[in-house]
Design a protein around this ligand. Sequence first.
Ligand code: ATP
Ligand code: MG
Length: 396
Amino acid sequence: MADKLYLIKEGEISLKGGNRNLFEKRLRHNIKDKLRPYHSEIDKQKGRLYAYIAEEAPDSLIEKALSTTSGITGFAKAHKAEKDMEAIAATAREILPGAFPDKGTFRITVKREDKSFPFSSKDIAIKLAEVVHGIYPDLTVDLDNPDSTLTCEVRGEVYLYTSESKAVGGLPVGTAGKAVLLLSGGIDSPVAGEMMAKRGVKADAIYFHAYPYTSEEALEKVKKLASIIAPYMQGLRLFVVPFTDGQIHIRDNGYEEEATLMFRASMMQCAERIAKAHGASSIITGEALSQVASQTLEAMSFTDSMTELLVMRPLLGMDKEEITIRAKEIGTYETSILPYEDCCVVFSPKHPITRPVKEVVRRHFEELGMESFIDRAITETAVYSFDANGREIADE
Ligand code: ATP
Ligand code: MG
């Protein structure tokens, strides 16, 4: 097959002991799932995965797929050479033209895993440096901070590559159990989802929609965010829960300053129902300590008490600046700042309480009798599905 080859580096997985196999199997499965449109074959050898991909598949799409797959720290488009010094030099001669800039510095990095290869790393490096100089006479060597690097890995076979890309790192999605992500249209929650995916959590998303108080555009925005984070999360479903009647009931029957808390308690209970129906055992939110009134310790302690599931808040200790940087990196920021209001904003009290007494607000929540609203919202929930490459697909 005239396929191209990507060499893939595992990160944290290599620190795993007895269950390393499970992590590697999952990673391989996830990569295969992402590369499905490109007819890939994946091969595994000690600490490396090799993906053989149809020649016509666009590099940019392959790179997007690999760079968003957690469990991978880096990857490189590589070329195989025969295990022979002259053949290695010949392959280098083939791949180098056009790969480096004409001016500046370079280094050769040799990883000689196969100790039976009769030449030392130094021998190989000297040979390859000669090849580089033959093609780029003006380049000089800089071992510490080179502009360009030619890497040669001598393993079961020999691999050469001239540039390496970084990926997200972390652990493969699906190795840490299942969760539901409370996804609003804001900056924070998509980042929270990506962060937990990076630790191996498989999550579906839930959005509470208060149409017509929140517009169709607000829903489109959340769908767009779901499609952007889907590659990091190895695909996801987005459950859209219509909660307008519940919101109105809270507004008309509750204490105004507690409205947000009552809504958040309802969200937790809905999320728990959806989670349990789909085998998930935790809830992810984009809350950060003291960012807004409902994110004080007292308020979160109350919302926590509304569900028996573990509530994961990966942004708890981050400030807005840090979260924004991450949102820009993962590509959600530009969508998150589009102006459509989310339902919290529309129903927000002017003076929300910041230090609720748990027992009191719990009693107020019970008095509101939200069960029937929650039941109905669950029945009327719509589902959208996004594949591991972020494309919307018809739900199964
Ligand atoms: P974000 O930027 O993620 O919207 P935020 O700072 O605006 O967060 P809140 O609006 O108080 O904070 O929401 C806190 C968290 O509650 C969100 O990060 C999200 O996980 C969840 N959440 C809020 N509104 C919704 C909603 N309409 N649907 C689903 N989850 C929501
Ligand atoms: Mg919000």
